[in-house]
Design a protein around this ligand. Sequence first.
Ligand SMILES: Nc1ncnc2c1ncn2[C@@H]1O[C@H](COP(=O)(O)OP(=O)(O)O)[C@@H](O)[C@H]1O
Ligand SMILES: [Mg+2]
Length: 291
Amino acid sequence: MSMTDEAPRLIERPVAAGDPSAAPGMPSEATDNGVVFRSEDVNVYYGSFRAVRDVSFDVPRNQIMALIGPSGCGKSTVLRCYNRMNDLIKDARVTGTITYRGTNLYDERVDPVEVRRRIGMVFQKPNPFPKSIYDNVAYGPRVAGQKKGLDDIVENSLRKAALWEEVSDRLKDSALGLSGGQQQRLCIARAIAVGPDVLLMDEPCSALDPIATARIEDLMQEIKQDYTIMIVTHNMQQAARVSDTTAFFTADIHSESDTRTGILVEVDTTQKIFSNPSDERTENYVTGRFG
Ligand SMILES: Nc1ncnc2c1ncn2[C@@H]1O[C@H](COP(=O)(O)OP(=O)(O)O)[C@@H](O)[C@H]1O
Ligand SMILES: [Mg+2]
């Protein structure tokens, strides 16, 4: 399936209402073959340093995909390609093709702000704004110009993020007074509030205690029917517990130039990656034999 020659239809810069060239709606799920993202030969450079090389794989819809591998192998770099966060890093350059539901994400007609609304991100360290709980969740919709229905959006987003019961009586309190685990769920609520399709999570639990981590993992299971989730985790038990598919990356070390390039070793069902992987490098990593 390739729709990359067609004009991007779903994440264009906004067109004036009534404009005959206005884009039709989002492709239906029946037309995406169950694939949300397809990457082909993706390379990411920071200046002249190639951080990841020739990464190609598909991301299935309504599943949780884990990206695992040793530190520095390019997991965060790859994750940032999917919502064009690397655009914001000086000197970063992405080559190859990434399509989102058939649309080339890097087409010049695609609006990166709209991309980041559809494809939200949650970071390692919870980063609530120094505002009230309510204002954190309402932030995205307000920026998008929404004025009505904010109470409902805030409540629904907090419910989805499994935080409503804990904060419904103190929505006007500062988000900074929440525990780390609550702050991370608030960040998930904030991401959900703008109606995304995909959530990218970069080690979302690594600053949390085991109880808060379990809450986030449960939450991921509950929301995956509505979203596609990609999670970077250095915690292999977590990848095994939460994900449906797993991509294993490693660093290819060039002894002559003393540089390391991240490569994708294999992608498969999580079950297979952790029980009977195809590649010896994966086996060594998941069994803990990796150096
Ligand atoms: N903003 C950046 N500028 C320059 N190099 C970077 C930047 N971010 C990451 N890198 C380099 O790219 C490689 C991959 O990093 P990263 O994607 O953070 O790996 P991981 O998430 O797997 O630990 C590393 O060598 C890292 O030093
Ligand atoms: Mg990382």
